[in-house]
Write a protein that binds this ligand. Structure first.
Ligand SMILES: [Mn+2]
Length: 338
């Protein structure tokens, strides 16, 4: 992460009294950037979490700094927490949360990751570095908001012998833009879910990033897991555009209302976390009447929809596709956007 405009000094965080102190300083800075009360509260919670981790676990040379960022038409605050040890022992477990990490270093990381617009963490015995960003909402007019009229519907089936679904999905609205993803953790069951959960968390924490940055970063996040495949799309209703990037066996199709035909969106071969070749970003027109369908390989690829079925609601289309095409030998997810 680069392109800082206005840097602040590093604030040493050593004792409990430093927590409200640093929170107040970061809040005032964020306030000067124009953050609303709701977002200021979220930023305060993040700073509290970061500072508390440094104090409670006696981190060596713990410190917090922050700065203003302006990048890719986005404007916001970057907050950096650093120390020189002892490091987080099981980072992927800490990022998944749950009781196993309660009281240990890295507590609260899942909520930080959810709250951030961008989130990066590196940790080893030499120290931990957490960098997060929070952006001001895009300046949007009422017209732009009113123009968001797509509806997303998801149908999911779990492998018949499993109680936990190894597929995942993400829907994230951001003004006139919507990020959509379907993820398939390799195999099924707990290990597949673990990989899918890491990919979901990454996408939520980085939903505003350019799509072509995502595969390499997902690949790094999923290292050490069983791996996952994913199709990721961003629909920009204001620009009438759909962008897509895919890795591995996820199928995606876009119905072009004027041509009255489907275009199949191309995924590159590979498995995130295991092997990745540089994927390509594709862009398509997205208009009123477009239908975007993305699904995991738990669904047969050669489905068809009749003209009548195309006119159904996204929920009914998802249901129809699942009913007629689920393989029953794998988890299945189908996401329909209209
Ligand atoms: Mn599968």
């Amino acid at each position: 992460m680069a392109a800082s405009v206005k840097d602040a000094d590093e604030l040493r965080i050593e004792v409990e009294a430093h927590i409200p102190w640093v929170r107040g300083i970061v809040r005032r800075f964020a306030e000067s950037l124009g953050f609303s009360e709701k977002l200021l509260t979220e930023i305060e919670l993040c700073v509290t979490e970061l500072a508390t981790n440094l104090v409670v676990h006696g981190a060596k040379n713990g410190r917090i700094s922050f700065c203003e960022v302006k990048e890719n038409d986005l404007h916001g605050i970057e907050i950096l927490a650093q120390d020189e040890g002892p490091g987080i022992r099981d980072l992927s477990k800490a990022l998944q949360g749950g009781t196993s990490t309660a009281g240990s270093l890295g507590q609260g990381l899942p909520s930080l990751q959810r709250t951030a617009d961008e989130f990066e963490i590196h940790s080893n015995s030499q120290g931990t570095r957490v960098c997060m960003r929070k952006y001001l909402p895009p300046a949007e007019t009422k017209d732009e908001l009113a123009s968001r009229d797509l509806i997303v519907s998801v149908a999911v089936r779990t492998h018949p012998e499993s109680t936990i679904c190894g597929d995942g999905h993400v829907i994230r609205h951001d003004g006139p833009r919507t990020l959509l993803a379907v993820i398939d953790g390799l195999g099924h069951g707990t290990q597949a879910r673990k990989a899918a959960a890491i990919a979901e968390a990454y996408l939520h924490a980085n939903h505003r990033k350019p799509l072509d940055h995502m595969p390499a970063e997902l690949h790094a996040s999923l290292h050490g897991t069983r791996g996952a495949v994913a199709g990721i799309a961003r629909i920009d209703e204001a620009a009438n555009k759909l962008s897509f990037i895919g890795v591995g066996n996820i199928s995606a199709r876009l119905w072009l209302p004027e041509e009255k035909s489907w275009v199949r969106l191309i995924s590159m071969s590979g498995t995130l976390g295991v092997s990745l070749r540089a994927p390509r970003l594709f862009s398509y027109p997205y208009n009123r009447g477009s239908i975007f369908i993305i699904h995991s390989d738990g669904l047969k690829e050669r489905w068809e929809l009749s003209t009548d079925e195309l006119s159904l609601s996204p929920t009914e289309i998802a249901r129809t596709l699942m009913r007629d095409n689920w393989r029953r030998t794998d988890d299945a997810t189908v996401m329909v956007t209209k």
